[in-house]
Design a binder for this molecule. Structure first.
Ligand SMILES: [Zn+2]
Length: 234
């Protein structure tokens, strides 16, 4: 009892003494917490954007996505390298928090996999080589890339009841920028949809000669090992 009481008063005085130093790290901690809140606010952020593994532990601040440990290493090795930050160890800038507020894995899918045809044969995302090949298609060649100004995206953070005062404080500046984005979207979406659907069909047919289809009569087509393959769009 005694020791608990004296510990309480001494920690109060030391907290006062350290207040100035703590202010900076409190701000940094607040930003890190907001990034984690953004992750838990949206179901798609709970899986690695690049391979689908549960429980991403890194943020890809180049893309604005949440990724797993393995993919974070691969992303750092791309050309040009992506900038990766640990969810638990890193400090985030205000700009990075603002970016993540408007992005996340659902956004990244619409942009970096916007032209990806989910019906085409999937890359084997359990195989490190396959994941890397797919990243090169996605990021270096930008094969499925769609201009972000042409997509419709509503971050979960805007509708989710905010868990902290800090998050709701900063949401007003976000809503301002989000409404300008929305205006842009309406203007160009229809034209974009028309062109993207035709080009994604072209990508699919040129890259996927082995689309499962009716084979020659009487010949059984080999079945893909679907149990070992995860697929985007599923
Ligand atoms: Zn991953």
């Amino acid at each position: 009892m005694n020791s608990r009481r004296s510990k309480g008063s001494s920690s109060a005085s030391s907290a006062a003494a350290a207040a100035a130093a703590a202010a900076a790290s409190a701000e940094s901690e607040r930003r890190a917490r907001e990034i984690r809140d953004l992750q838990s606010a949206e179901e798609s952020n709970k899986r690695c954007f690049d391979c689908g593994q549960r429980g991403p532990t890194y943020v890809n601040v180049t893309v604005g996505s949440f990724v797993c440990t393995r993919c974070s290493g691969t992303l750092r090795g791309l050309n040009p390298p992506h900038r990766i930050k640990s969810l638990s160890m890193s400090s985030f800038t205000a700009d990075e928090v603002a970016m993540m507020r408007g992005r996340g894995n659902a956004w990244a899918r619409k942009v970096y996999l916007g032209l990806y045809d989910s019906n085409r044969a999937a890359f084997d995302l359990k195989d490190a080589e396959g994941v890397r090949d797919f990243m090169i298609e996605k990021y270096e060649k930008r094969r499925y890339y769609v201009d972000p100004s042409t997509i419709v995206h509503t971050p979960a953070a805007t509708t989710n009841g905010s868990s902290s005062a800090a998050a709701s404080n900063s949401s007003s500046s976000f809503q301002k920028s989000s409404s300008t984005t929305t205006n842009l979207i309406g203007a160009t979406l229809n034209a974009r949809l028309a062109s993207s659907s035709s080009s994604s069909a072209a990508v699919a047919s040129s890259n996927n000669p082995s689309t499962p289809a009716a084979g020659p009569l009487g010949v059984a087509l080999p079945q893909p090992p679907s149990s070992s393959i995860s697929r985007y769009g599923g």
